[in-house]
Write a protein that binds this ligand. Structure first.
Ligand SMILES: [Mg+2]
Length: 125
């Protein structure tokens, strides 16, 4: 794996991993989107039917934290693989860091801090 840990270097490492196995033909956007959903479900399964306190306790004990982190990594890996596939198929450069920061900016506009501080949703008028 790459020594660099920034997002573009991680994408490069994943691109190499896929290319070394000649898996590009399997990395269709449809399948990668499904893979993200499946990995997100594997993550959610750790918390299924647990209460808030039980779920917090779960991640503190018995190596569950490492298992949960591994599922989060799977979601991120497939997400970056999808970005790589979209870039390869479209022929257009995808700036993942910019996409994330642009979305954070949209969310900041949608959820102004003064209106949403300490609130998950606004009261209906
Ligand atoms: Mg998994």
């Amino acid at each position: 794996m790459a020594a660099e840990r920034d997002i573009d270097s991680l994408r490069d490492a994943l691109r190499r991993f896929v290319a070394e196995r000649q898996w590009e033909r399997f990395h269709e956007p449809k399948d990668l989107a499904l893979a993200i959903s499946i990995e997100a479900s594997e993550l959610a399964e750790h918390f299924l039917w647990k209460g808030v306190d039980e779920a917090r306790g779960y991640v503190r004990e018995g190596g569950h934290l490492d298992e949960v982190i591994e599922e989060v990594a799977d979601v991120i890996i497939y997400s970056l693989n999808l970005m790589n596939a979209l870039e390869r198929i479209s022929g257009k450069h995808i700036d993942v860091a910019k996409a994330i920061l642009d979305k954070v900016g949209k969310n900041a506009a949608k959820y102004p801090a003064d209106a949403y501080r300490n609130k998950a949703r606004l009261e209906k008028p």
